[in-house]
Ligand binder design. Sequence first.
Ligand code: PLP
Length: 391
Amino acid sequence: MLAWPLMRNNIVREDLDAVIELLRRDDAMLTQSSNVREFEREWSQWLGVKHSVFVNSGSSANLITMAALRELRGGGEVIVPTLTWVSDIASVLQCGFDPVFVDIDERTLGMDVDEVLKKITKKTRAVFLTHILGYNALNDRLLEGLKKHGVPLVEDVCESHGATFKGRKLGAFGLVSNFSFYYAHHMSTVEGGMVCTDDAELYETLRMLRSHGMVREVQSAELKSKYQNRYPDLNPDFIFAFPAYNVRSTELNAVIGRTQLKRLDANNQRRTENLKLFLKNLNPQLYRTDFAVEGSCNYAFTLVLKKADQKFMDALMRTLKDAGVEFRRGTSGGGNQLRQPYLRKRLGDDAWKAYPKVDHVHFFGMYVGNYPDLERERILELCELLNKVRA
Ligand SMILES: Cc1ncc(COP(=O)(O)O)c(C=O)c1O
C-alpha cells in the first residue's frame, strides 16, 4: 500500500498555534479586521501587485471579479476554458455574460492560444483564463494579441500559486487575478480566496462587492464623498452602490493565511522538484510527459494517457485504488465542462463534441497529490507502479 491522499499536512501546528494565540486574547476581534488587512498587504507584496481583496473562497473571488467587470464594462462575451472549475463558468453566467468556449492546449492544459485569439470579437469583454494544476497558460502571442485588441485578461490562479511566466508570478499579468486557499491547494486558509489587481477603480469596486455593495468599504476619500454628495438623502454608512454579496472572510482565516504564506515559497520549491522527478521517471510510451514545466508549480502530478484506451484506464484506476492512491479523474473540476448538466441545459447535449482535446483529458486524464514532504523513494515507487500497468 502506498497510502497516498490527495493532500496532506497542509495546515500545520504553527498555523493552529497562531489561531490559538488570537483566541487567547480577551477582546479578540474575529470578524474582518487588521489580520485580513495585513494578509492582503503581504499577499500583494508576494505577488507583485498593488491591491488584494481577501474573500471566503476562490469561487467568491471568481464571482466578484465577474460582477465588477459587468458593473464597470457592461455585458457581452467572455472567452472561457472547457477545462476549469465550475465557478469560473458559473460566475460568467451569473453575471449575465455569454461564455465562449475554447479547447485546451495539451501541453499546458490551459486554453489553446490560437483559438482564443480567433474567437475575439467586438463583443468580447474579457478572456478568463485558468492556469491548470500549476502549469503556466500564458505566452507572448496571447499577451500581445489581447493588448492589440484591447481585451482584458482575467487570470484564475486558484491551482497555480507561485507559478511564473518569464520569471514573473502568474496573477500579476492580468487586469485582475483570482486565487483559492481551499485545503487541497498550495496553501490554505481552510476556505478562502483572493482577488488581485493594480487597477484602483476595480479594487474599490471589488471591496464594495465583497460587502453588500457598501460605499463605506471604499478606501478613496474622494470616491466616498462623491457618493455622499450625490445621495445626501442617505445615511453615509449605508449607501449601497451595487446589488452585491457578503463574501467576507474572518480574522481566523487570515491568521492562518499569514503563517502559511511564510512557508509557501519553500514548499513550492519542493513541489516543483517532485513533479520533475515524477515526469522524468514516468514511461512516455504510456503517459504524457511533455507538459510545459517551465515556471510551473504544481500541487498535483498530472497523469494523462498517451492513447485513448479505456481498458488501460480501467486497469490504471484499479491499480491506484488497490495501492491506496487517491486520484481525481478528469483532471480539474469534472473534466470537459460542456458535458456537465448545467451547461447541457443551456447549450444542448452535443456541444461537447466541438472540443476533442479536452475530451481526451475528461476520459483519460487524472491527477494524484504532490505535497512538499513526499520522499524521493515514494515518488519513484509510484512511477514504478504506474509503469507496470497493463490493459
Ligand atoms: C481553477 C479553480 N478556480 C476556482 C476554484 C474555486 O475555489 P474554491 O474551492 O476556493 O471555491 C477552484 C477550486 O478549487 C479551482 O480549481
